[in-house]
Ligand binder design. Sequence first.
Ligand SMILES: [Zn+2]
Length: 376
Amino acid sequence: MYQLIKNEGTARRGRFETVHGIVQTPAFMNVGTSAAIKGGISSYDLVDLKCQVELCNTYHLHVRPGDELIRRLGGLHKFMGWERPILTDSGGFQVFSLAKLRKIDEEGVTFSSHVDGKRIFMSPEISMQIQSNLGSTIAMAFDECVENPSTREYSARSCARTTRWLIRCKEEMARLNSLSETINPYQMLFGINQGCVYDDLRIEHMKEIAELDLDGYAIGGLAVGEPAEDMYRIISSVEPHMPANKPRYLMGVGTPGNIIEAVSRGVDLFDCVMPSRNARHGHLNTWSGIRNIMNAKYAEDLSPIDPDCGCPTCQRHSRAYLRHLFKANELLAMRLAVMHNLYFYNTLMERIREALDNGTFKEFHDQYVELLDTRI
Ligand SMILES: [Zn+2]
């Protein structure tokens, strides 16, 4: 249940109620691919890092340890020790990016596991069954992710298939939610807008899936290497056709600047591996730009990564110490750096929400949109 609290231009301040608690939007979902945030971050750390929603990957958990096993153990919340909302992706993106030897037909996709090469078949129904076994708060529809670039003709055919698959997802989710042994009978389903970089296909597809009255809508297939301007243009084209009373999720985005631009165009939810991946390479987000902690100038620098940051790392440790940990290949380097970057992203969203509450988002946008993506 999504409640729009306030608009500033097309930017939205909202409140999204789920069976696992309320999500204040705009929000960033922290990516725990295989039921863990890479870098040694636990579920109780995530509470300190102001994480509202954790995202886990259906495909990875299906392959290992297996969704049936997680169901027998009481579901993903219990398994990870995380009580707040979880969003699971459908496996579609991984099937189309990680897996080898794919064969797509109307029924679904056959492919080989990236772990042991085992043949796996995934269909809209199977994706819903796996996500139901995991018992996540929000399940994503199983869609076809076309490569970018793709021809207009292929993209159009793929959109039509994605709509037919979405109808099957909705029917299967309703069936699973009605079963007495279902872990989360209130599991929600988000549909995904596709259409590559063709605005008219995107709009037509969005109109079709809006009629299915789902719990939320995502824009997929972007942030895969196209220029940021194309992404912004597509969001602006599709946004007027997205239901105003449902949350909107831009999948796989992005830099702080990308997020600020997308919020200003009406997006509520984000996810990206960027903050944790960059942190593991020593690239740290700060309120004055991106700092590379490996830089020799930090060898004797006793100040925190960011003097304006309240994260557990900045409260206790210096740039000099963190740089040393990276140079010495200590595991603690990863953990401290990832904690900082996730705290930064979650705080970025908090400050965006405050700016929207105060009607000062335009000023916030102008002050930070370029600065936060600049290298120091
Ligand atoms: Zn920090």
